[in-house]
Design a protein around this ligand. Structure first.
Ligand code: MEV
Length: 418
């Protein structure tokens, strides 16, 4: 089934859910989970401490995504207007030239073990590397399940770093966490190998924890945006200038990357993933070698815009809230992804789409019109408009630049009296 659903935004909430249910094969229970305010209190009470309730966000669906030749409807949990519409719009344009192509480096996470109080840190590094096989073996002993699934600790790195209190040895465990986000597996392994590392180095271990700079777990996406589809040469030039601005200026770059994360984090929240981990990974990766955009843009020989993204993607489809929160489970079903790899690829494509849409809007009419249109829609409905009337009231309010409830009522009366 195609994810290209023209006029999806004009449907009622019920009709939209029906279309999504058809697309994703949702059953009655799935539908109930989405509309019955999702997370049951007793489940919430087992997830964190001191629970007094639950907190909700709108769950929207980004349409039109064609990623590696497969159609996706992408669930997004977010409070900000225009984000879902912008992603859908960008995906519609990318689709015209084949959609998104993606890549993934594999699910390798880094665990850090901090070794201190070393008289001879380079000798300690030597000992760690010399005992690498034993460290890997000990790490893997604590997660036979992960090993049986083809994952586990694969490699060990050791670096001596200079700090304000002198040199330290930082040992990295490189762990293939397969379909999990990986924090639990990695942290357990780090704690497990720490006494052995103390023994062979003679040092004192303090921190044993995952690194959110998931530099070995990258998702990439690419899309070609046909110049005629996106509005012509001037739009291409405007987007190139916007990109150049971000690449040269960290103040702009922060906002550029924030726009990317509007999409990615909304998907992370919808699927019950640790969005703070993904945010931390994205911004720290962007700052390696000076803070830079996570996307790139170029103009190809035909004058079309080519966008790419490369971003760490520590996501999971097992464990954590992904399997506990009923709405997150349905979100994964809507997406139709079965592996962390596929979720990471979709997230990268979504981030690129979101960034392209923001730059295109910023380089042309600005982003306020979209916001205003949504606001106008809400006012039109509050004024009593229904069906086709809503679009007509919105159109007139936006054209006249008067987005107010009293004007919505006035326009509606005018339309009704012919
Ligand atoms: C707003 O949430 C996101 C943007 O500011 C992103 C950008 O400026 O590129 C529109």
């Amino acid at each position: 089934m195609s994810s290209r659903i023209p006029g999806f935004y004009k449907l009622s909430v019920e009709e939209r859910l029906k279309r999504v249910a058809e697309f994703a094969g949702l059953d009655e229970d799935d539908i109930k989970a989405v509309i019955s305010h999702g997370l049951p209190l007793d489940v919430a009470d087992r997830m964190i401490e001191n629970v007094i309730g639950t907190f909700e966000l709108p769950l929207g669906i980004a349409t039109n995504f064609l990623i590696d030749g497969k159609d996706y409807l992408i669930p997004m949990a977010i409070e900000e207007p225009s984000v879902v519409a912008a992603a859908s719009n960008a995906a519609r344009m990318a689709r015209e030239s084949g959609g998104f192509v993606t890549d993934y480096t594999g699910s390798m996470m880094i665990g850090q073990v901090q070794v201190t109080k070393l008289a001879d840190p380079f000798a300690a590094k030597f000992e760690v590397l010399r005992h690498m096989d034993e460290i890997i073996e000990k790490a893997n002993e604590c997660d036979p399940m992960l090993v049986s699934l083809g994952g586990g600790c694969r490699d060990v790195e050791a670096r001596v770093i200079d700090t304000i209190v002198g040199k330290m040895l930082i040992v990295h465990l490189l762990v293939d966490v397969r379909d999990a986000m990986g924090a639990n597996a990695v942290n357990t392994m780090c704690e497990k190998v720490a006494p052995f590392i103390e023994r062979i180095t003679g040092g004192k271990v303090y921190l044993r924890i995952i690194s959110n700079l998931a530099a070995y777990r990258l998702a990439r996406a690419k899309a070609v945006f046909d110049k005629d589809v996106i509005g012509g040469e001037e739009v291409v030039e405007g987007i190139m200038l916007a990109y150049a601005f971000a690449a040269a200026d960290p103040y702009r770059c922060a906002t550029h990357n924030k726009g990317i994360m509007n999409g990615i984090s909304a998907l992370m929240i919808a699927t019950g993933n640790d969005f703070r981990a993904v945010e931390a990974g994205a911004h720290s990766y962007a700052s390696m070698g000076g803070y830079k955009p996570l996307t790139t843009y170029e103009v190809d020989s035909k004058g079309n815009l080519v966008g790419t993204i490369e971003v760490p993607m520590a996501v999971g489809v097992i464990g954590g809230a992904t399997k506990v929160n009923p709405v997150a489970k349905v979100s994964l079903k809507i997406l139709g992804v079965k592996t962390a790899e596929e979720l990471a690829r979709v997230a990268a494509a979504l981030g690129l789409a979101q960034n392209f849409a923001a730059l295109r809007a910023l380089a042309t009419e600005g982003i306020q019109r979209g916001h205003m249109e949504l606001h106008a829609r809400n006012l039109a409905i509050m004024a009593g408009a229904a069906g086709e009337e809503v679009d007509r009231v919105v159109e007139i309010m936006v054209k006249d630049g008067k987005i107010r409830l009293d004007y919505a009522k006035e326009v509606l009366e005018r339309i009704r009296s012919g």
